[in-house]
Design a protein around this ligand. Structure first.
Ligand code: XUL
Length: 542
């Protein structure tokens, strides 16, 4: 019997679970989630983000993430009822793109983590910048433009790094720091992503960064999987020596440091390279071939899948990352995910049950009414000025707004993922909102695909535990295929499927035109869609 720990440090919480593996049988034997705002109010975060006057700026606290990790390990050490000595390996997933800036003293401090003192008090002195910009930050448009120009245009940046220069990606964030806080940049000795920062705390030394999370930086050459000298030069001087080593996602990057063994009674288990939450979720929902895509309905909504051929998104909104299997994976991210749904739910005074009822009692297509749910600055399509846009939709009509927010999100998701290739026949759904059948019905109807909810609520953490198992076996010289890694656990429950309804599919084919016209209009790229919407209203009514 062997145990594997998977962690997920997401925007709003840290979740960890332990997977017991015995032969080919796997089961989750321990699970705990720690909500940042509620458990650590002293940091003042809201939904995991430090408040800021500028709606385009979003940062969080690396000390908070460290404290949550310490708390989780303390709970694991004291409450788990399985033999902790059997813990063979640990891996993790973290919100992508966020960066942590460490000073020259950090390497020694990591080596000498004192088990007698909480981790949080030991992390502060390692930082050259107290906060960490995260994926919700949209304040680097000027830096993106400069990097794009230096690299010869948006298409060249995409070819090189898999994505156009994006506000939330780490390269533009680093350039901003270099330009606007030069002293802090000079004092920075190592820049980690959230994933490699947390892996460093576990191993007690600067941990390597996996190709998967590194592909969300606009800094790695996706072809060679090395730091691109050109991209580094276009970003900031002296960057190469500040970045971690790059490794394949299944690499062992160290062992649990004495801090963890002495403070929380854990064994010196192997630490497997951490990755981004989306690549890890790909494993946690059993995405090991290109025929299936995943829809993750969390703080951000993401749609992703393994790519069968080499392509990038010509519109610039989508990304190509490296999946934990080593293959390329396509991803499109929508910032207005669960928080937008919650915003509408709260404005209508509903709970989730009422939200579902409102969806069930309103017609597909919403009578031709459209919402662009850009409550916060949106990533896809890029929108900096926050505010939902409504077409033919009365803000006071609660039930219609519930349907409009979900339809707007899914019509956008289908429109902006068309570049990924032929439509998948099956979608694996995960994230909190995947428990809501009415939402999944809209996904099935808009994507014209069967939707299979993946039972495990914590797909990113589960993916991390499975990756830890896979890497441990590989390290022991026992190869194992990815099909076998996910078999029996990271799979939708058999028979649990939401099928598209033919009449709705027809309506959404029409509504896709309505959505596209509204989006173009809202972006200042198309005419007033009112006449089209009126025609569409009578078309779908008949
Ligand atoms: C993906 C992205 C988000 C974060 C959320 O590109 O920015 O999905 O990873 O944690």
């Amino acid at each position: 019997m062997a145990f594997y720990l998977g962690l997920d440090s997401s925007t709003q919480s840290l979740t960890g679970l332990v997977l017991e593996v015995s032969g080919n049988a796997k089961q989750v034997v321990f699970r705990r989630s720690i909500e940042f705002d509620a458990e650590f109010p002293q940091y003042g975060t809201r939904t995991g983000v430090l408040p800021h006057d500028d709606p385009l700026v979003a940062a969080s606290s690396p000390i908070l993430w460290a404290e949550a990790l310490d708390r989780f390990m303390q709970i694991l050490g004291s409450e788990s009822d399985f033999a902790l000595t059997g813990l063979r390996a640990v891996s993790g997933a973290a919100q992508q793109h966020g960066s942590v800036y460490l000073n020259a003293g950090a390497a020694a401090r990591l080596r000498e983590l004192d088990p007698g003192r909480p981790l949080s008090v030991q992390v502060g002195p390692m930082l050259s910048r107290p906060d960490a910009p995260i994926w919700m930050d949209a304040s680097t448009t000027a830096e993106c433009a400069a990097i794009t120009e230096a690299l010869g245009g948006a298409a060249a940046v995409r070819e090189l790094t898999g994505s156009s220069a994006c506000e939330r990606f780490t390269g533009p964030q680093i350039r901003k720091m270099h330009d606007r806080e030069p002293a802090a940049y000079r004092a920075t000795d190592r820049i980690h992503l959230v994933s490699s920062f947390l892996a460093s705390l576990l191993t007690g030394r600067h941990a390597a960064l996996d190709h998967g999370d590194a592909s969300g930086m606009n800094l790695m050459d996706l072809g060679s999987r090395r730091w691109s000298e050109k991209a580094l030069r276009a970003t900031a001087p002296g960057l190469a020596r500040r970045l971690p080593e790059l490794v394949a996602p299944w690499s062992i990057v160290g062992r649990l440091a004495p801090y963890w063994t002495e403070r929380h009674g854990l064994p010196p288990a192997k630490v497997v390279a951490w990755t981004g939450d989306n690549p890890s979720t790909a494993i946690g929902v059993g995405l090991v071939d290109a025929a299936t895509v995943a829809v993750s309905l969390g703080t951000s909504d993401t749609v992703f899948g393994l790519l069968s051929g080499a392509r990038t998104d010509p519109s610039g909104a989508g990304h190509v990352f490296v999946a934990p299997t080593g293959e390329p994976m396509a991803l499109v991210c929508f910032r207005n995910g669960s928080l937008a749904r919650e915003r509408v739910r709260d404005a209508c005074g509903l709970d989730w049950e009422g939200f579902s009822r409102a969806l069930a009692e309103t017609p597909a297509g919403n009578g031709g009414r459209v919402m662009l749910p850009w409550f916060e600055p949106e990533i896809t399509p890029p929108v900096l000025a926050p505010g939902a846009r409504r077409y033919g939709l009365d803000e006071r009509d609660g039930r219609a707004n519930v349907r409009a927010v979900v339809e707007g999100q899914m019509l956008a998701a289908a429109r902006h993922t068309a570049w990924m290739g032929p439509r998948a026949c099956t979608i694996h759904a995960t994230g909190g909102a995947a428990r809501n059948r009415e939402i999944l019905q809209v996904v099935a109807d808009v994507f014209e695909a069967e939707v299979r909810p993946v039972a495990a609520a914590d797909a990113a953490a589960l993916g991390a535990a499975l990756r830890a198992w896979h890497a441990d076996l590989l390290d022991e010289g026992e190869g194992i295929g990815w099909e076998e890694v996910v078999a029996g656990i990271a799979r939708p429950a058999p028979g649990d499927v939401v099928r598209p309804i033919a009449a709705h599919v027809e309506i959404y084919r029409t509504m896709a035109r309505a959505y596209a016209a509204c989006e173009s209009h809202a972006l200042g790229e198309g005419p007033d869609p009112t006449p089209l919407l009126e025609a569409i209203r009578s078309e779908i009514a008949s």
